[in-house]
Design a protein around this ligand. Structure first.
Ligand code: GUN
Length: 282
C-alpha cells in the first residue's frame, strides 16, 4: 500500500478546479479575484514563499499585487498601507507575510486587516469564529492538512491526534479543526513533559515545531498517520520536523517533504482568496 499523502497531487487537483471556477466567476461578475501580498523587508525565505503565492494566483487566473515595504518602515506607514488595501474595492484578499520585523506589533497590525479580506484567518474575528464552529476564514496550513486527511479517507473520529507546536498559524487552529473532526486532541510544546511518550500515543501525529528531523521512530506508534509541517533550513538544505527514512516503516501514512503540506497551504490560500472574493462581490 502506498503510504504517501501526496500534497503536490491534491494541490494540483484543487488548483485545476479553482481555475475553472475562477474563470466562471470572472465571466459572471466581470471582476477578477485579487490578492494583495505585503512583504516587509527582504528575508530570503519570505521572499520565496511570497513568490510561490503570487505565481499560484496567476496560474489560476487571479490577480496578485506584491507590496514590498522597507525593513525599517514605521508602524504608522504600514497601517496606512493596510487601510488603503481595506478601502480598495478591487482587492479581495490581504496577506501580511510573517514574520514581520520586531519593531512592529504584529498582533495589532493583523487585526487591522478587514476580517473579510483576511485570507490567512489570523484576525481575532476569524479565530473566534473557528473556535465556535462558525463559518470562518481558516488558516491555510491547517486547512490544507484537513483537506489531505479527507482526500485519503483517514479516520479522525475518536482518534487521538497529537499536535507538536502551539503556534497561532498551525498548532492552535489545527487543534480546533481536529476537534471539529471529533478527534481527541493533545497539544504538546516546548514545556511539555514526556513529549515523546505522548507523541507515541498518537493515531495522528502533526509535527509543527520547526526542529529539523526531531521526530524519529521512537516517537511513533505502529500504524500512525504522520503529518510534517516543519520547515528548517540548515546549510541551504531544507528539513522537515520528521525524519522520514527512520519512521516510514512504522507509519500507515505520511506526508513527504517537500510535496506534502507546503503545496496544500498554497492551494488553500487560493481557496480562501476565492472565498473572500465571493463574500465581497456576491
Ligand atoms: N509565515 C509562515 N507561514 C505563514 C502563513 O501561512 N501566512 C503568512 N502570512 N505568513 C506565514
Amino acid at each position: 500500500m502506498d503510504k504517501i499523502l501526496d500534497g503536490s497531487a491534491l494541490a494540483k487537483k484543487i488548483r485545476t478546479n479553482l481555475k475553472v471556477q475562477t474563470e466562471e466567476y470572472i465571466n459572471k461578475y466581470q471582476i477578477v479575484p485579487h490578492l494583495a501580498v505585503i512583504l516587509v523587508g527582504t528575508d530570503p525565505a519570505s521572499e520565496t514563499y511570497v513568490r510561490f503565492k503570487e505565481k499560484a494566483c496567476h496560474q489560476v487566473g487571479m490577480k496578485s499585487t506584491l507590496i514590498n515595504l522597507p525593513e525599517d518602515i514605521s508602524e504608522e506607514k504600514l497601517i496606512e498601507e493596510i487601510e488603503k488595501l481595506n478601502n480598495d474595492k478591487s482587492i479581495h484578499g490581504i496577506l501580511l507575510q510573517l514574520p514581520i520585523p520586531k519593531h512592529l506589533d504584529s498582533e495589532k497590525i493583523i487585526n487591522l486587516i478587514n476580517p473579510e479580506k483576511d485570507v490567512d484567518g489570523f484576525a481575532n474575528e476569524n479565530v473566534a469564529k473557528l473556535c465556535k464552529n462558525q463559518d470562518a476564514l481558516v488558516p491555510c496550513t491547517p486547512l490544507g492538512i484537513i483537506r489531505l486527511l479527507e482526500e485519503y479517507n483517514i479516520k479522525t473520529q475518536g482518534e487521538h491526534c497529537v499536535i507538536l507546536g502551539r503556534s497561532q498559524i498551525v498548532g492552535k487552529p489545527m487543534a480546533q479543526l481536529m476537534l471539529q473532526k471529533n478527534s481527541t486532541v493533545t497539544i504538546c510544546h516546548s514545556k511539555t513533559k514526556n513529549l515523546k511518550e505522548i507523541a507515541k500515543q498518537a493515531d495522528i501525529l502533526i509535527a509543527a515545531i520547526g526542529k529539523a528531523h526531531m521526530v524519529d521512530e521512537t516517537f511513533i506508534k505502529d500504524g500512525a498517520v504522520v503529518i510534517d509541517v516543519g520547515v528548517s533550513r540548515i546549510n541551504g538544505k531544507i528539513y522537515g520536523d520528521v525524519d522520514f527514512d527512520k519512521v516510514i516503516d512504522k507509519v500507515s501514512y505520511i506526508t513527504p517533504m517537500p510535496g506534502g503540506t507546503g503545496p496544500m497551504t498554497i492551494a488553500c490560500l487560493l481557496e480562501n482568496t476565492l472565498k473572500c472574493y465571493l463574500n465581497l462581490v456576491e
